[in-house]
Design a protein around this ligand. Structure first.
Ligand code: DQQ
Length: 578
């Protein structure tokens, strides 16, 4: 996609806001009356079975994920008063396996002059003595002025880290006069290089997205560096920056402070204007404290994305117990605000993903954490199933509304791939998917899964590949198309899509989808391209939901192997007994 005209991006954003009317508001609202139904009235139809959700109310960004004394901790932005954004606190849950969660008291909530109007996103750092520290953004007034604060455990021998203290020397960082004080938030995990700690704070200078860098030698006094770590003209406010090292030779994750010859760095930013994220891989010059994205990568709107669908405000952390870097991301609702109020809840956290550098060095790979497989129960398989043009074959015998499905497709040749229209080179993958959906007959593809489908296909969310032949190589499109997902009204139903940079020499493509009532998370080609859709079927719910494999291309495609597992419900945010 060419750099979009700034006004058209704004117009698109305004349109989406009207359609969804569900973005995070620019100011912190305090509601005096409860805005949702009581929990026993919560309507469960579209609640997820194995995704992270509290029993009720609004959630957004994952905050400060960490591993401590045998437990994983997840904090997240939460409205204790209702199913819309507002009154934001850090809710807190703990888990032994990142799948079963117990909830604790809120960890951080407005209580001091430096956070009285909201406790916004931030990160955790594990100090060399093993103790955690949280950095978060405090809102200090009605004008939405933002400062950065820290909090420490009241009792660090408590593995549950139940109580957090905000020392009186807060805030640790004020916006100076050169900084936009209402666009200055979301501190990162700190990293230590050559005796100095560093953190980033997301911001903007006019239309330029900025990651300000602050340094400290004692972790208390933080001084702004002369230059930001990085900034990009025209990208608008950078929320929730994330900066971390990745190994060039191993899939293992690295602690955030690792720097060395075999290490690249990743900078991810969340673009407030469009509410999607992009990342680059590059070089961190620790002397200059500058980050240089690889020249071959797009550093802007059309950059690489963890997820080409509904995925925002993500954050990674290093898990020292398994040497993984794990990614958390939030998926907002795509229904109307009034629906959320009726449901009594809004927002989920997606299944945590392991992330590592592809051996090519050109992109990251992602895969759902292995612990998810503990929830797999009844399994059905298909193998050597030929899908001729127009075929759809049901995968029977599983709970299709709550399933993990992993499939390998093969095809005899690439000859029937449709030509890739050179005009599409300027388009976003989503626009190509909008033109070439699952129903339009193709050559090699569309083939894939029809998820959350009603028996007679009045509703379905197809997740599929289409292979095109461009002048120099084949282009593989992965779509997760919500346009037919529901007969309901007032829904945002985009044809999300991304291209997949994959070698087709073996004439195979793999797809794994995590389907869970109102979410479909799909990992194409082993996690090279990932897309999440939020959908709200009206017929295809509970045992009326079906799963099919399909092919609408003239080339016959074979399901080499398909495994689908009904998924059990984990313990999900049951309050921990004191
Ligand atoms: N959500 C938080 C902010 C952050 C935004 C407020 C991103 O700190 O910038 O709830 O979704």
């Amino acid at each position: 996609m060419a750099l979009p005209n700034f006004l058209s991006v704004l117009a698109l954003f305004a349109l989406l806001s009207v359609l969804i009317n569900n973005g995070v508001e620019a100011s912190h609202k305090i509601y005096h009356r409860y805005q949702s139904l009581s929990v026993d009235m919560v309507k469960q139809t579209h609640r997820t079975g194995y995704h992270f959700q509290p029993p009720k109310n609004w959630i957004n960004d994952p905050n400060g994920p960490l591993y401590y004394k045998g437990l994983y901790h997840l904090f997240y932005q939460y409205n204790p008063e209702g199913a819309v954004w507002g009154n934001i606190v850090w809710a807190h849950s703990v888990s032994k396996d990142l799948i079963n969660w117990e909830s604790l008291e809120h960890a951080i909530y407005p209580s001091k002059w430096f956070d009285n109007y909201g406790c916004w996103s931030g990160s955790a750092t594990i100090l060399p003595n093993g103790e955690p520290v949280i950095f978060y953004t405090g809102i200090v007034d009605e004008k939405n002025t933002q400062v950065q604060n820290y909090a420490v455990p009241a009792n660090s021998s408590d593995p549950y880290l139940r109580e957090w203290v905000k020392p009186d020397d807060n805030p640790i960082v004020y916006p100076d006069r050169s900084v936009n004080a209402t666009a200055f938030r979301d501190p990162t995990t700190a990293w230590l290089v050559d005796g100095y700690w560093r953190i980033l704070i997301g911001s903007r200078r006019r239309h330029r997205g900025v990651a300000y860098l602050y340094r400290s030698w004692d972790f208390k006094k933080w001084v702004k560096a002369k230059h930001p770590l990085h900034s990009v003209q025209g990208t608008g406010m950078w929320e929730c920056p994330d900066f971390f090292p990745v190994s060039m030779s191993k899939e293992d994750g690295l602690d955030t402070s690792v720097w060395g010859p075999n290490v690249r760095h990743v900078l991810k930013v969340s673009l407030d204007l469009t509410r999607y994220e992009y990342y680059t891989i590059g070089t961190y010059d620790k002397k200059k404290d500058r980050y240089y994205p690889d020249k071959t990568l797009v550093d802007g709107w059309a950059g690489l994305r963890y997820d080409y669908g509904n995925f925002y405000a993500s954050k990674t952390f290093f898990d020292p117990s398994t040497n993984r870097r794990i990614l958390w991301g939030w998926a907002n609702e795509s229904d109307a605000v009034q629906h959320d109020k009726n449901k009594g809840w809004a927002g989920i956290q997606l299944i945590p993903r392991r992330v590592w550098l592809d051996p090519s060095g050109k992109q990251l790979l992602q895969w759902p954490i292995a612990e998810l497989e503990k929830l797999r129960s009844h399994n059905v398989q298909l193998s050597s199933q030929k899908l001729y043009q127009g075929y759809h074959v049901e995968v029977k015998g599983i709970t299709a509304a709550q399933v993990d499905v992993d499939v390998t497709f093969s095809f005899p040749s690439l000859d029937k791939a449709e030509p890739f229209d050179p005009k599409w080179a300027k388009l976003d993958a989503l626009d190509v998917c909008a033109q070439k959906g699952s129903k339009a007959q193709g050559g090699l593809g569309p083939f894939g899964l029809l998820t959350l489908a009603s028996e007679k296909l009045e509703e379905f969310t197809p997740v599929f590949f289409r292979v095109f032949k461009a002048s120099d190589k084949h282009k593989v499109l992965l779509c997760s198309d919500a346009r037919s997902s529901s007969l309901g009204i007032g829904l945002y139903k985009p044809p999300f899509a991304g291209f997949v940079d994959v070698d087709l020499t073996d004439k195979k493509l793999t797809l794994r989808s995590l389907i869970d009532h109102s979410v479909v998370e799909s990992f194409g080609a082993g996690g090279r391209t990932v897309i999440t859709s939020r959908v709200y079927p009206t017929i295809a719910v509970f045992d009326k939901a079906h799963l099919f494999v399909f092919n609408n291309g003239s080339e016959t495609v074979t399901v080499e192997n398909l495994n689908a597992w009904s998924m059990k419900m984990p313990v999900m945010n049951v309050p921990m007994k004191s």
